[in-house]
Design a protein around this ligand. Sequence first.
Ligand code: SF4
Length: 199
Amino acid sequence: MPRSEIMPLWQKFVEDCHNCRACPLGATRTNCVISRGSIQAPVMLIGEGPGVEEDRQGLPFVGRSGRLLDDLLLALGFEKTDFHIGNIVKCRPPGNRVPTTEEAEACRPLLGRQFNLVKPKLIVTLGSTAWRWFTRQEGQISKIRGQWVKKGGIELMPTFHPAYVLRNPAARTLLWDDLAACYQRLQELRAEARAAADV
Ligand code: SF4
């Protein structure tokens, strides 16, 4: 869809997010935290929920973990237009607790609309909460990370949350490996699209 058609839909989506009070987190937030990166992007990275700095700035992944994520993505060769970053809930759970199932479910329709606008080819779930939300499966992120999963026609890569990597530096190379696999897969998809266009 051309940008001129996407922008009004995106602006309406953003307005609806800012007006949302569908769960109790809407009453305690400073800002509704929607996204960072390109509005339409082939790769969508999804974390758990905004932290204190994200709540203050109204942007996801802007603290130390966000800087780590950006550093890895850009070092791997991703362009800024290649990715869109968000969370499964858009308002900060007090005390940085994990969002409840009810809160995540209340936010699901907004995230569904976000997917439809972003139109990602690949999804990267950051941490176990986002993984559980997408797949409705339990599992230790250290065991399931790094393996592609097909979900509703989209390829999904589970990996560590960068905040975990900051606390456990040994996991940094594993996060790097998973994002590198994502970069590789993106290049393959682009090559396939070019080959199909040449036929
Ligand atoms: S977390 Fe989601 S569902 Fe809850 S108030 Fe914020 S935008 Fe609405």
